[in-house]
Design a protein around this ligand. Sequence first.
Ligand code: ADP
Length: 277
Amino acid sequence: AAQRVIGLLETPILEPIPATQQQTPVGNEVRFHNVSYAYDPQHQVLSGVSFTLQPNTITAIVGPSGAGKSTLAQLLLRFFDPTEGNITLGGADLRCIEASQLYRHIGFVLQDVRLIHASVRDNIALGHPSASAQEVESAARAANIHDRILALPRGYDSVIGEDAQLSGGERQRISVARAVLLDPPVLVLDEATAAADAQNEVALQNALSDFAQGRTLLVIAHRLDTIMHADRILVLENTRIVEQGTHEQLLQRNGRYAQLWAKGGYDIPVAEEVQPC
Ligand code: ADP
């Protein structure tokens, strides 16, 4: 798809909105109102999904692999629009918010992390080149990557792909630091899936709870142990939200979340449908 690059943070090209239709968000509450989405008419991915992301909270979306978690995050970023229903940010329909305004409000870290051949410092400051060394470091701390950077041969001056050889999860945390430095009121994080990065991912989620103060966070979780402490967990399955609550509430309920947890808490592939002969 056509993409526009803003400081290497890729966002879709959006049509300009006529002045008479433009809306301005007031506050950072995000609402999905009966949102349905299908990539093609035969495969409904989301059906009538409604929920609210409250400011000052972390909401996690969990569910089997292929349930539509990443699709849901991408709808919030307007990579595509709902086939039915709508999404609002601060009461304004996303389709009526000018792109520059929308992406100032909503930051994102997707699984497909783009780092450039430059120093770790420059990679973090990509969207905000005038940031001070202190600002870059505090963003790195919030993303739980500061100590790892200090352990590199040249610290923040180490160059990606040269003396900064980083794992997938570490690259993602550099990308989280980049998003944190831009200080968006709403942050969407599609977490790393690699099992090797699980420990880092737990530490990252803990570090992000401080960042959630005054902001709205949505985490697309591919493992359950990383988001145990989220304020609210939504379980997505068969195109709908089937359960919601805190980790403890959902375990007590002994439903789908409890089953996923008992199976090890990973993003489990949906069983293949067996066609009757
Ligand atoms: P999850 O993040 O829960 O693993 P996804 O949102 O990635 O789920 O995918 C939901 C469903 O939509 C899957 O059946 C997947 O194959 C399909 N899908 C995802 N992206 C695309 C796309 N770009 N085009 C067509 N189908 C897609």
